[in-house]
Ligand binder design. Structure first.
Ligand code: NJP
Length: 226
């Protein structure tokens, strides 16, 4: 039987690339994001194995409705890719606008936790797999102080969730990329990873046998010569 993955942040970048690769690999995919038009278009392109469910990960009621609709449509959820995230503004703790901190905490920390709470009943039922998009910024201080702090939190959430799920047969993987060339940045990043590079790591984690619990994957662009 076909397995189902729910992907947040599926409207662009890493989430979109992962959705495409999952459909190619035979998964049924629930596409979640706020941009209804984008995920509807993507679902149409991907065919009957993909369906879009618009929601905002910072609003638990919209998230729960999207999860319920996914279970209703596909019959269950075998994996969740908690990937929705947002970047920081320059200025560090001295100068960054505090509104940008609220957005980062709401989306990257609370939105992640909400996504977990909304999907865990279905994931426990299927002895499923939780994949979280962390970052190399969750190991070092990179890309703005509060963003980095939020990705340290993503790692901590991964550790804690692993403990919570111990003995259930569920697995938790945190994917920690370096810079990826996505709409996350306003300009192009020619030396960065491509969204498909990160998507391959997600598929690698999902493709492991049940007996293998891959905790974390760090994926960085190869340094250029000269
Ligand atoms: O960025 P982008 P990426 N509710 O902007 C969604 C991490 N990361 O693919 O709602 C629901 O193309 C948004 O959808 P929409 C990064 O921290 C990146 O690079 O329609 N969804 C879109 O689909 C993040 O966790 C790099 O606007 C919300 C998606 O999130 C993940 O990778 C490096 C939302 C963002 O797609 C994907 O980012 C790294 C909300 N409230 C980690 N807010 C990098 N690019 O260099 C946003 O280490 N979204």
């Amino acid at each position: 039987t076909q397995k189902t993955i729910l992907i947040t942040g599926a409207s662009s970048g890493i989430g979109e690339a992962t959705a495409r690769q999952c459909v190619d690999a035979g998964w049924q995919v629930a596409l979640l994001a706020r941009s209804e038009d984008k995920i509807e278009k993507l679902a149409k392109e991907l065919g009957a194995n993909a369906k879009s469910f618009a929601c905002d990960v910072t609003k638990m009621d919209t998230l729960q409705a999207a999860v319920a609709a996914t279970v209703n449509h596909f019959g269950g959820i075998d994996a969740v890719f908690a990937n929705a995230g947002t970047g920081g503004k320059p200025g560090g703790f001295s100068e960054a606008p505090i509104e940008s901190w609220q957005t980062i905490v709401n989306v990257n920390i609370l939105g992640l936790a909400y996504t977990l709470q909304a999907t865990l009943p279905a994931i426990k039922k299927s002895k499923g797999h939780v994949v979280i998009t962390g970052s190399i910024a969750g190991r070092r201080s990179l890309a703005g102080s509060m963003y980095s702090a939020s990705k340290h939190a993503a790692n901590a959430i991964g550790y804690n969730l692993r403990g919570e799920l111990e003995g259930t047969g569920c697995r938790v993987t945190v994917i920690e990329p370096g810079m990826v060339d996505t709409p996350f940045f306003d300009d192009e990043k020619p030396d960065a990873l491509r969204p498909n590079d990160v998507a391959r790591s997600v598929l690698f984690a999902l493709g492991q046998p049940r007996s293998v619990d891959l905790h974390e994957l760090v994926i960085l662009p190869t340094p250029q010569e000269g």
